[in-house]
Design a protein around this ligand. Sequence first.
Ligand code: HEC
Length: 80
Amino acid sequence: MESPAEKGASLFTLHCASCHGDNGKLGASGAKDLTMSTLTDRQVLHILKQGKNAMPPMSTILENKENMELVIQHIKTLRK
Ligand code: HEC
């Protein structure tokens, strides 16, 4: 059984790392450096639901709000 933190990390690896990199800094396809991000949880949730420019909406892929929250908690651990 994965802990919430582990689940957030594996969801990120599966669905986000191709553009953002495991450390958040890859920047593929113009992806923003997540270590430099200053967005609030609400703002990130909005981007996950709607997508932004080259980033597609992630809500279907992440399936539910709980998974979105786990990924949001994970990306905050990548910040400096
Ligand atoms: C197909 C590539 C791609 C994938 C997959 C992707 N992103 Fe992005 N992401 C981008 C791009 C491109 C931007 C920049 C959008 C813009 O502002 O123009 C971005 C921006 C963001 C931002 C905004 C950062 C800021 O401070 O402005 C967050 C947060 C983010 N992505 C999180 C995620 C998460 C979490 C996932 C996985 C669920 C994910 N992304 C998957 C390409 C991607």
